[in-house]
Design a protein around this ligand. Sequence first.
Ligand SMILES: CC(=O)SCCNC(=O)CCNC(=O)[C@H](O)C(C)(C)COP(=O)(O)OP(=O)(O)OC[C@H]1O[C@@H](n2cnc3c(N)ncnc32)[C@H](O)[C@@H]1OP(=O)(O)O
Ligand SMILES: O=C([O-])CC(=O)C(=O)O
Length: 378
Amino acid sequence: MMVCEYKPGLEGIPAAQSSISYVDGQKGILEYRGIRIEELAEKSTFLETAYLLIWGELPSKEELETFEHEVRYHRRIKYRIRDMMKCFPESGHPMDALQASAAALGLFYSLRDLHNPAYIRDSVVRLIATIPTMVAAFQLMRKGNDPVRPRDDLDYSANFLYMLNEQEPDPLMARIFDICLILQVEHTMNASTFSARVTASTLTDPYAVVASAVGTLGGPLHGGANEEVIQMLEKIGTVENVRPYIEHCLQTKSKIMGFGHRVYKVKDPRAIILQGLAEQLFEKFGYDKFYDVAQEMERVVGEKLGSKGIYPNIDFYSGLVYRKMGIPTDLFTPIFAIARVAGWLAHWKEQLAENRIFRPTQVYNGRHEVTYTPIEQR
Ligand SMILES: CC(=O)SCCNC(=O)CCNC(=O)[C@H](O)C(C)(C)COP(=O)(O)OP(=O)(O)OC[C@H]1O[C@@H](n2cnc3c(N)ncnc32)[C@H](O)[C@@H]1OP(=O)(O)O
Ligand SMILES: O=C([O-])CC(=O)C(=O)O
């Protein structure tokens, strides 16, 4: 057997062959099925992009209408899922609520039929359709309110914002939210997608695949960083405090949230688009003073760490966009999951098409031939 050098974090080691997305981390390019994200952000919708990622081609008008229709009519969650969520502690993190609910959904669809395209399609539709409803339901129920029923006359993003806020969103806000989902939907072999593929490779059901990926996305080094960014901006508070804060982070070797990336050595192309979206929102709905703090952070981090290729990643500006929409900070990562579920499902489908169970090796650095010591002699 070929012995490879051990790389912590599997840096640079291909874990799969994939045609879903492509990143050039030196040039700051991201493509979904060969199409640049800038173009999709301008011209596509989240559901159209999800279709592209999962089925490999842009849908025809009829195919898109059918997909949108299917998603629209699967948005409601079962009352047992709702009742289960009602029992979750209000103080629990919504990502944990989402992980548990996504896994619980699998209890209702336990007949696994992984070779059947209809099973794959039904699962894709059900997960994309119900995850936003679960996120909104938990938000309302933890405030002591009943969840709001999804509205069939609203599109995907407008409906989510409606379920969350109990009122129809401003059209610009709904469109910007939809673009955010396009930007967050997929990103090659990131940690949560890897987790999804490992889980998928055991031929378990797609609800377990998504639940394991949700658990992975939540960590502060991955999707959870978007929440930490806002907490950090609040803590810094003013532009004057930025430099001392960053110098302190460098001295103590602590990570500056929303900066750095395993693949990008330039500013993340998604951060560039998100920054523009934040500015559009500020223009229409009023300025956010933390934007000044964020821009100063970008300047100072660039000065101190630019030579190491550390620039804003996707999580740096997404929080400012969601904050301007009035979304609570601890829903930022669940919203990331609403988007990313389509990417995970694209990888699930691709993994199944040429499956081999993931079973890497390890470098054993423990002891051998140790004699058992009876408890009274220890
Ligand atoms: C959706 C997403 O997942 S996007 C990423 C979201 N995560 C964050 O924003 C958290 C902050 N960033 C980080 O922790 C990292 O940059 C990660 C996790 C994104 C990438 O990690 P890795 O590729 O393993 O890089 P690693 O942590 O080894 O850092 C390499 C070097 O850059 C430094 N570095 C990387 N990111 C940062 C940062 N945010 N702040 C300060 N220093 C950093 C490290 O200290 C290290 O320096 P050294 O070589 O002198 O020891
Ligand atoms: O690719 C990564 O490691 C993290 C990331 O940006 C994402 O998942 O969107």
